[in-house]
Design a protein around this ligand. Structure first.
Ligand code: 5CA
Ligand code: ZN
Length: 408
C-alpha cells in the first residue's frame, strides 16, 4: 500500500545516546540494545474516523522513538498495517450505506495527509490486511499442520493453550482476560470453542459481507493474525519493538505474539512491547465507537499549525493518559512562538549543551516534557538577553526538527 512522503530529517553533530524504553511485558525500563538495523512493528489504524487526537498521539510517540534510534546511528525497518477489513469497518459501512472499500480508501488517504502534516516519518512497509490475505492463509496453514487450529462450524480458531508464552505480555488473570476479550472484538461466549480465549483466525463468509476464496474456505481473516502475518513477513522472528496504544496490550498484542511465537518457535516475539497512553475528551477515552473525537484534519482546516498540534501532544509523556483540551493547544502555540522568537536571535544561550540535555532526557524512555522544559528555558534566557553564543539558533532549530519532529 502507498505510504506518504518522508519529511527531511536534519543531521545533528555527534550522535544520540542509547535509547532506554519501558517494556510492558517485563514492566521495566532497559536499554533497547538494537543492532545496526532496528525493527519495529506499529499497529496501524482501522480506517474509519481517522485521524483523531488519540491516533495522532500514538503515531507521534512511535515517530519519536524511531527518531531517537536514527539519531543514535541506527537504520530502522519500520512496518505498519492498515486494518482495511474488519468488523467495525463493515458495521460503519452498513450504518452509513457506503461501500466499505470507499470508506477505507478515503480514511487511509486522510490519515496519510495528517501523518505528513505532523511530520511523522513513514513506515518502510505500509501494508493493508486485504493485500496480506495470502500471507495470513499460509501461516494459518502452518498452524494447522502443527495441530494448533480447530473449526467451529467452519470458522477457524487458534488453540491459545498451545502457546507457552501466552499471558506474558499483559500478565492479566483469566477473568480480566475474558472480560477484555469480550469488550475488544473477541467472542468468549461462543458455543463450541475449546477455550473462551481462543482467537478467530479465519471467519467464513457471512451474508452481505466480503469474502475471499482461499484454501481455508470462502471468508476473511481475524484481526490478530493479520498483525502476526504482516510482522513475520516483513520483519521476521524476534522483532525489537511491537507498538501501539495501551488498549492493544490485551487481547491484540498478547494474541498476535502468541500466534507468531507458534509459527517461529521463538519466544518472545518482540523484545519490547511499547504502549502509548490513552487520550480522552469529554471524560472518556477518545474512541470511534463513542464518537467523542477531535480530528487532526479539522484543526488543520481551521488553520491550526500542525506543529502546534504536535507540540500539544509532546507536552505529555507518551505513556501517560491525558485529556485533550483547547487550553493545551493554546499552550503549544505560545511555546512555538517562544521558540521561534528565540531561534531567530543573533545571540543565544549555548546550543550544544541544550542538544546534550535533550538527547539525554529523550533517550530516557522518551521524556518529552523534560525536553520541552529544557528548550523553554533556553528560549526564555535567550530572549532575556543572557545569551553568549552567536547564531546558536541554527542548531536548536535542527535539534527540534530531528529529535522532536517539530519544524520551527
Ligand atoms: N487496526 C488496529 C490495530 S492493528 C487498531 O487498533 N486500530 S485503531 O484505529 O482502533 O487504533 C489505531 C491506534 O491508535 C492503536 O494503536 C490504538 O491503540 C491507538 N488509539 C486509539 N484510540 C486512542 C486514544 N484515545 N488515545 C491514544 N491512542 C489511541
Ligand atoms: Zn495490530
Amino acid at each position: 500500500m502507498k505510504s506518504w512522503e518522508a519529511p527531511e530529517v536534519p543531521r545533528l553533530p555527534g550522535h544520540g545516546l542509547e535509547l532506554r524504553l519501558f517494556d510492558s511485558a517485563t514492566q521495566n525500563i532497559r536499554p533497547t540494545a538494537v543492532g545496526q538495523t532496528a525493527s519495529i512493528y506499529v499497529c496501524g489504524i482501522t480506517p474509519y474516523d481517522a485521524t483523531h487526537m488519540g491516533h495522532a498521539n500514538t503515531y507521534v510517540a512511535f515517530d519519536l522513538l524511531i527518531r531517537q534510534w536514527r539519531d543514535g546511528g541506527h537504520s530502522v525497518n519500520f512496518v505498519e498495517n492498515v486494518t482495511d477489513i474488519d468488523d467495525p469497518l463493515l458495521k460503519r459501512a452498513v450504518e452509513t450505506g457506503q461501500d466499505w472499500r470507499a470508506i477505507a480508501e478515503r480514511e487511509t488517504a486522510l490519515f496519510r495527509e495528517d501523518m505528513f502534516a505532523l511530520r511523522v516519518i513513514p513506515p518502510s512497509h505500509y501494508i493493508g490486511a486485504v493485500e496480506s490475505i495470502p500471507d495470513v492463509v499460509s501461516i494459518v496453514e502452518q498452524l494447522q499442520s502443527q495441530g494448533d487450529v480447530y473449526s467451529v462450524d467452519g470458522d477457524l480458531y487458534f488453540r491459545i493453550s498451545r502457546s507457552p508464552g501466552f499471558g506474558s505480555v499483559s500478565h492479566l488473570n483469566q477473568d480480566r482476560m475474558i472480560a477484555l476479550f469480550g469488550e475488544r472484538g473477541g467472542d468468549p461466549d461462543r458455543r463450541g470453542k475449546e477455550n473462551a480465549l481462543d482467537p478467530l483466525l479465519w471467519q467464513l463468509e457471512k451474508p452481505n459481507e466480503p469474502a475471499w476464496n482461499t484454501p481455508l474456505g470462502h471468508g476473511r481473516p481475524g484481526w490478530h493474525i493479520e498483525c502476526s502475518a504482516i510482522a513475520l513477513k516483513f520483519l521476521g522472528s524476534t522483532i525489537d519493538v511491537q507498538g501501539g496504544g495501551s488498549d492493544l496490550v490485551f487481547p491484540h498484542h498478547e494474541m498476535s505474539a502468541a500466534q507468531a511465537e507458534r509459527v517461529t518457535g521463538e519466544i518472545p516475539f518482540a523484545r519490547f512491547y511499547v504502549h502509548s497512553g490513552m487520550v480522552s475528551w469529554q471524560g472518556h477515552k477518545m474512541s470511534k465507537s463513542r464518537g467523542n473525537l477531535v480530528f487532526v484534519s479539522i484543526l488543520r482546516q481551521e488553520g491550526v499549525d500542525p506543529m502546534v498540534i504536535r507540540l500539544a501532544l509532546l507536552a505529555h509523556h507518551y505513556r501517560s493518559d491525558w485529556a485533550w483540551t483547547p487550553h493545551g493547544l493554546q499552550g503549544a502555540k505560545d511555546r512555538l512562538d517562544l521558540w521561534r522568537a528565540a531561534i531567530s536571535q543573533a545571540v543565544t544561550m549555548p546550543s550544544e549543551i541544550l542538544l546534550t540535555r535533550v538527547r539525554e532526557v529523550l533517550s530516557d524512555d522518551l521524556k518529552t516534557p523534560s525536553a520541552l522544559d529544557a528548550i523553554d528555558f533556553w528560549a526564555q534566557e535567550t530572549l532575556a538577553g543572557r545569551g553568549t553564543e552567536s547564531n546558536g539558533g541554527a542548531l536548536v532549530r535542527d535539534l527540534c526538527d530531528a529529535l522532536l519532529g517539530v519544524k520551527i
